[in-house]
Design a protein around this ligand. Structure first.
Ligand SMILES: C[S@@+](CC[C@H](N)C(=O)[O-])C[C@H]1O[C@@H](n2cnc3c(N)ncnc32)[C@H](O)[C@@H]1O
Length: 272
């Protein structure tokens, strides 16, 4: 009980400030081996006309909704998130409404949305099947639901290094953020919720040829490995990790740090 409560409060702390999320998004954009654009993949999957009522669940800093509004989307746009900071970021965008709500209990009538997206958020929900059922309830027959999750063990080299350093300060791996569903486990859940789903897998890697951006990225992942934003050992762990990563580059001259990663876009049409 202790660990799941701790992990959920770490989730609130992690997303009360958008900085770490923005570092991760920026790192994937700049240091991916192949072009990495989950937002473009979702847009291709949902194929908007511009008039749809669209909800983005777990909207984060609302850059997806901002880009739709800026492109002239005419239909209503809603950003739902459990973080008041993220909801506020959505709410200030002209044409966008921010709603503070949990994906499993949303304050919308049945059959409200034409399109619902849930990008890189379902893995934080303790009961992902309950969220998918809620997505189905709130989306109209004939409407579209598109969900993005990471492949299992994204960036394993770096994650193992962070976990090893965290362990030396007694950090309990059970306090890592909830990570309940991945690219392998999502398809059967989609089939159960929607009958079937179209799957697009993107396999890629992060590649760093110098230590600084890798260290910066590592710090942005700390809460994912149980090192809460207010953990008193955070600075010491970062110092130890920095030394380790700098040593790796010193002893591997001319070599890049490569870490595999990838994501799945799963898209379903709500049956009539
Ligand atoms: C990894 S961020 C992704 C943000 C954005 N979708 C993106 O792809 O950049 C996950 C977001 O989901 C939100 N979130 C986590 N659990 C949630 C839940 N149960 N219901 C709604 N939002 C949730 C977090 O507050 C955070 O803003």
């Amino acid at each position: 009980m202790k660990s799941s409560t701790g992990a959920l409060s770490h989730l609130d702390a992690e997303y009360s400030d958008p900085t770490a999320l923005q570092v991760r998004i920026d790192t994937h954009r700049r240091f991916s081996e192949k072009a990495d654009d989950p937002q473009a993949d979702v847009l291709a999957a949902i194929n908007l006309t511009g008039t749809e009522y669209l909800a983005d669940i777990g909207c984060g800093d609302a850059r997806f909704l901002a880009s739709l509004a800026a492109a002239g989307h005419q239909g209503p746009l809603v950003g739902v998130d459990t973080s008041a900071t993220m909801v506020a970021a959505a709410d200030v965008i002209p044409g966008v409404r921010g709603i503070l709500a949990d994906a499993t209990r949303m304050p919308f009538d049945d059959n409200t949305f034409d399109v619902l997206t849930a990008r890189h958020m379902l893995y934080h929900v303790p009961e992902p099947a309950a969220a998918l059922a809620e997505f189905r309830r709130t989306t109209k027959p004939g409407g579209i639901v598109s969900v993005v999750v990471n492949r299992p063990k994204s960036c394993p080299r770096l994650r193992e290094l962070i976990t090893a350093h965290a362990a030396t300060y007694g950090i309990d791996p059970a306090d890592a953020l909830p990570y309940t569903v991945n690219a392998e486990t999502l398809p059967p859940l989609m089939n159960e919720a929607f009958g079937t789903a179209t799957l697009l897998r993107r396999d890629n890697a992060l590649v760093f040829d110098s230590p600084e951006p890798l260290i910066h990225f590592a710090a942005s992942l700390f809460t994912f490995d149980g090192i809460a934003p207010d953990n008193p050992h955070r600075a010491a762990i970062l110092t130890d990790l920095t030394a380790d990563i700098e040593d790796w580059f010193t002893y591997h001259p001319g070599q890049a740090w490569r870490d595999p990663k990838g994501y799945l876009v799963a898209t379903a049409t709500i049956p009539d």
